[in-house]
Ligand binder design. Structure first.
Ligand code: GLC
Ligand code: GLC
Length: 811
């Protein structure tokens, strides 16, 4: 069952039924100021950090789900409704929500009145704009009352929820005409305040929640809306809100537009006050002045659309398959940009409090957006590297506001360092900017410890070789990519977290996945050394890579597939010998990507085993058989019910690793089948089962052992976005940036006849047509660059500003 449709022309997903199987959301904002918005306008905004600078309150895990947001209410002669259906839930005559690129429009119609609100965060501005248009579609003059509502969060979202003894006494506001200011804690250590404005005179306002809603009412029927009369309340302590009331008279056919603006301001310490106790509003007024008319707002919307047009123009696909085109050209790239901004911090599954920017997550995310925003990608790489330790190890995450590492979600994950090599080499291949390697970058944010960025990569590389176990495989540490394979944890206490609890020492748990990862990025490190004239270092590093290959072949192979690990006691994990968890996806992915034992048929064997044991209708599960009992020496993985998350769920992030493996052995049909299974645009028809948005990837889809296989969870903020984008564009469609040019190596289904890709790369445009009339999976028969046949598969870098025709004949 579908709940809407794709409007590719406008690059929107259009929701036509407000009761989606889960809130289907969108993100507003591209730098500094962000909002989350659901299809019923639920959600919240924050400045830079969803924990420390949250503007409006949001209650997660609520009943009903998604309660609270920026709400509008219309009182039309006693009939009360909301344009986004919620919170009033009066049945609408018409409803439509359009999620577009950094904007969302919500439109409702009831009794001849249409209300359309466009929500967006303008470029380079710290505010959310809500452009409201009311239209009288009937043939009589109508008078309605329009109420707005924002509930302020007291900045620190965590404290806001748990320190009520203090917070219920701190709320403070200022009221000036149509602008309602929120200034809780401004007089002490904060230099920021927020405000909610509308560009029209108001009949009334409220700033105190209880006065507005009524203690025993709900968002659906606030006192003030029901009675049609604001109370002009002023919050003192208790819970501050902001609500405007506008009386609107509409002739038959007439429309009126209003601009509501939710803004954020920071003042210099000596500029905080206008007079004693009165906040300095200069910046607020300037912000208001930028957007106080519909024309100004439309202009800002136009600028936003140009911004996105440019971002999406770097890679575009024209194939025979619309579902694929819309993912590659619009939604997958869009989701990658959202993961750039949010990492894993704020979604409808991530509460914006506990998790900041992950070291491994943010490095991996980068491969999904580096082509769009290379300068910001560069800055991100330096930010991440600045939190690294001198020995190459890493904090597992850092807070975006302070850019400092912390161990709130643990540390000592031994895969972490290697992802820095991935992000850095991806950046250099895209841009050709080797100068990043010479940049001085601190360790642990301590400038006195700064060394070149290259030294950081070196530290990453040797962090692995300095931490090998008895089988010459990398020690796993707290865990590797799989946060839940906690081989040193031995947790018996339900009150401790698997992520942060003290690990047992004295064991020797090793990871075959990190081994494969090391071979892949170790080779990249060697190549980088060679490119930059560090021959001795390259030779030295190559030896370590060769040793790792040997160690995997000797100690990491189980006969039909690669082992997953050795546990604390040196016993095999992911082996025929195990009762449960005989085979795991991660090591099959990484060891085939590293082509370990390719010459002996190991890769093909391992991938056949994946097909046989891990594949199912909805994707490839993480392990098989699923764990049905708690295995104390494995940790969190065995705590999930079978078929969910890391215990045999389809953890979409790792499916592309196997897909890349398939392309490396040339099986384009198999690669494509796996890709399609988890790609959201192909799942639109089963939205009632899949549940999450058909336009973005989810982290996890319930696997074959779950009670509802195919049900997705945790959409948006997942490494799945970047990895799938990387895999489809570079390994299936086969257009790969490399140091010396654009490498062309498609691996596609035999049935594809042709496709075209237009790629901007280092300033030039490449218009690439792929002809597969031969009906093969891969292999290039002929490659022409501007009419000239070239022997190599790498199209040399062309002059900036040129347009180049690349014709590729497969066969
Ligand atoms: C989550 C984490 C990621 C981890 C994965 C597997 O997606 O963000 O860091 O690798 O789970 O456990
Ligand atoms: C849990 C999740 C895992 C996530 C981790 C982050 O273990 O299962 O996916 O990466 O929490 O803290």
């Amino acid at each position: 069952m579908k709940y809407g449709f794709f409007d590719d022309e406008r690059k929107e997903y259009v929701i036509t039924n407000p009761q989606t199987p889960f809130p289907w959301i969108n993100y507003l904002g591209n730098e500094d100021f962000f909002s989350l918005i659901s299809n019923t306008a639920g959600g919240y905004s924050f400045y830079k950090d969803a924990k420390f600078r949250r503007l409006n309150r949001y209650r997660y895990n609520n009943v009903p789900i998604d309660n609270g947001g920026r709400y509008f209410y219309i009182n039309d002669g006693g009939t009360i409704w909301s344009p986004g259906w919620k919170p009033v839930k009066t049945e609408l005559d018409k409803y439509e929500c359009r999620h577009g690129l950094s904007y969302t429009s919500v439109k409702g119609e009831k009794n001849g009145i249409e209300a359309e609100v466009v929500f967006f965060v303008p470029l380079n501005s710290w505010c959310e704009i809500q452009k409201m248009k009311l239209t009288n579609k009937g043939n009589k003059t109508k008078k309605v009352k329009l109420f707005s509502l924002i509930e302020w969060c007291l900045w620190n979202a965590e404290d806001d929820q748990n320190n009520l003894q203090r917070n219920l006494s701190t709320g403070e506001v200022e009221i000036h005409g149509s602008t309602l200011y929120h200034k809780t804690e401004y007089k002490e250590r904060r230099n920021h305040y927020a405000f909610y404005y509308v560009n029209a005179p108001v009949q009334g306002y409220d700033t105190d929640r209880e006065s507005f809603i009524g203690l025993y009412n709900e968002f659906s029927h606030p006192d003030v809306v029901v009675t049609g009369k604001s109370k002009n309340s002023e919050a003192h302590g208790w819970s501050p809100i902001a609500s405007h009331c506008i009386e609107v008279e509409l002739q038959a056919g007439e429309s009126k537009e209003y601009v509501f603006l939710l803004g954020y301001v920071e003042n210099e310490e000596d500029q905080k006050w206008e007079s004693k106790g009165v906040i300095n509003k200069t910046k607020a007024k300037a912000l208001i002045n930028k957007f106080d008319t519909t024309d100004k707002v439309n202009q800002a919307l136009h600028e936003l659309s140009i911004y996105w047009k440019n971002l999406l123009s770097i890679y575009s696909l024209d194939s025979e398959d619309k579902k694929l085109d819309r993912m590659v050209n619009i939604w997958n790239q869009y989701q990658c940009m959202v993961t750039f901004n949010m990492s894993r911090s704020a979604s409808f599954f991530e509460v914006g409090i506990g998790r900041g920017m992950g070291f491994r997550d943010s490095n991996q995310d980068l491969i999904g957006f580096v082509h769009q925003i290379p300068e910001r990608a560069r800055e991100r790489i330096i930010d991440i590297a600045s939190t690294q330790f001198e020995d190459g190890g890493a904090y597992h995450q850092y807070q975006p506001l302070t850019k400092r590492g912390n161990d709130a979600v643990g540390g000592n994950f031994n895969d972490d360092p290697l992802w820095l090599i991935l992000s850095t080499t991806a950046y250099i291949k895209e841009t050709g900017d080797f100068s990043i390697l010479e940049e001085m970058v601190p360790f642990d944010n301590d400038e006195s410890l700064a060394k070149t960025h290259f030294e950081h990569l070196k530290a990453s590389f040797y962090h692995v070789t300095n931490n090998l176990g008895p089988h010459q495989l990398p020690l796993i540490g707290r865990a590797d990519w799989n946060d839940c394979l906690n081989l040193n944890c031995f947790s018996k206490d339900p009150n401790e977290s698997f992520q942060t609890t003290e690990n047992q020492t004295g064991g020797s748990a090793e990871s075959v996945m990190i081994a494969g990862l090391f071979v892949v990025y170790g080779r990249d490190y060697v190549e980088l050394c060679r490119k930059t004239g560090k021959k001795n270092e390259a030779d030295e590093a190559q030896k370590h890579v060769d040793n790792m290959v040997k160690a995997i072949k000797k100690n990491g192979w189980d006969g039909e597939w690669y082992l997953r690990a050795y546990d604390f006691f040196g016993k095999k994990v992911g082996s025929q010998k195990n009762e449960e968890g005989k085979i795991f996806i991660e090591s099959q992915g990484w060891c085939t990507m590293a082509e370990i034992g390719m010459e002996d048929g190991m890769c093909e064997k391992a991938l056949n085993s994946v097909k046989e044991h891990l594949d199912c209708e909805y994707g490839i599960v993480l392990n098989n058989p699923a764990f049905t009992e708690y295995v104390i020496e494995y940790g969190e993985i065995s705590t999930y019910p079978a078929g969910y998350k890391e215990n045999a769920g389809i953890f979409c992030h790792n499916n592309p690793w196997v897909i890349i493996g398939e392309t490396l052995i040339g099986r384009g049909d198999q690669a494509w089948e796996y890709f399609r299974k988890i790609c959201p645009s192909y799942l639109e028809e089963i939205s009632d089962l899949h549940k999450t948005e058909p336009y973005v990837y989810a982290q996890m889809i319930a696997g074959k052992d779950a009670s509802r296989p195919g049900e997705a969870k945790n959409s948006w903020l997942s490494g799945t976005a970047a990895w799938n984008y990387y895999t489809i564009t570079q390994y299936i469609l086969g257009i790969k940036p490399s140091y010396d040019g654009l490498e062309i190596s498609p691996c596609i289904p035999k049935s594809w006849k042709s496709y075209r890709v237009s790629r901007k790369f280092r300033g030039a445009l490449y218009e690439i047509s792929i002809d597969n009339s031969a009906g093969v999976n891969c292999g290039i028969k002929e490659l022409k660059v501007n009419g000239e046949i070239i022997k190599s598969h790498i199209v040399p870098i062309q002059k900036a500003g040129t347009i180049n025709k690349i014709i590729v004949v497969l066969g």
